[in-house]
Design a binder for this molecule. Structure first.
Ligand code: FPP
Length: 238
């Protein structure tokens, strides 16, 4: 494992969730089309996933497309869908074949049919893997997820507990994120994992996503490791 000095003895989060913000601004600054920023962002995402797994992270969730993003101009969305069509299988296949389960979180039915098929096939092919996972939040909104879960509970006619409710969310069977990283200088969650983020540590980076390096990820993990997670208890109770 490529563990540098910075990471010696550091506590590695089990689950990291990432809000990949800043692709568009990264491209604009370089007078490139937004699609070039998304392409670079997707490449960076794969690199970060490889680094995270190498360090012992077990789950990575990436906010690839929010329900709100679906209102973007058709041209940008078509570009994102083409990027997915041209790169997903090879890029994610390479990571997943090392024993990583892929899950799509969100209302996938809002995507073009061929993309839904690729996602469903990848989920099926990797369902045999346990212990490590990549979750792609796509057409995802936390409020939508919660409403969806409430309706499922109502349909069942059963009262829920925190645990049984969690099983109705898109993240069913995935542990809550320990660390949520957002790039792109914004300091908000933007409807991402609102139920699951109850005790997550938050880390915000001023870097635009395409320039968030493996070293930046290492730094975020070191920063996480220095925090005391009390989960509502006192220092003495820990
Ligand atoms: C944020 O940058 C990034 C996105 C909205 C989309 C990124 C998604 C991919 C690269 C993967 C595509 C995958 C699927 C399944 C379609 P931004 O455009 O909000 O950046 P800005 O805030 O600088 O404008």
């Amino acid at each position: 494992m490529r563990k540098n000095k910075l990471l010696q003895g550091v506590k590695i989060p089990r689950h990291i969730a990432i809000i990949m913000d800043g692709n568009g601004r990264w491209a604009k600054k370089r007078m490139m089309p937004r699609s070039a920023g998304h392409k670079k962002g997707m490449e960076r995402m794969i690199g970060l996933m490889e680094r995270a797994f190498e360090l012992g992270v077990q789950y990575i969730t990436v906010y690839a497309l929010s329900t709100e993003n679906l209102k973007r101009p058709k041209e940008e969305l078509d570009g994102l869908f083409d990027l997915f069509r041209n790169n997903f299988r090879e890029a994610f296949g390479k990571v997943c074949e090392k024993g990583v389960r892929l899950r799509a979180l969100g209302d996938v039915s809002l995507l073009p049919e061929d993309i839904v098929q690729v996602l469903r096939e990848s989920e099926k092919e990797t369902a045999k893997y346990e212990g490590r996972g990549i979750n792609i939040a796509v057409c995802y909104g936390a409020r939508d997820e919660i409403v969806h879960a409430v309706n499922a509970a109502v349909e069942k006619g059963e009262k829920v507990t925190e645990e049984s409710f969690a099983q109705l969310l898109y993240t069913k069977d995935v542990p809550d994120p320990d660390l949520i990283i957002r790039t792109g200088k914004e300091v908000r969650l933007s409807n991402f994992l609102l139920y699951q983020a109850a005790y997550a540590e938050l880390y915000f980076s001023d870097k635009m996503f395409p320039e968030f390096s493996d070293k930046d990820l290492d730094k975020a993990i070191v920063n996480y490791s220095k925090r005391t997670r009390r989960f509502g208890k006192t220092d003495e109770q820990l």
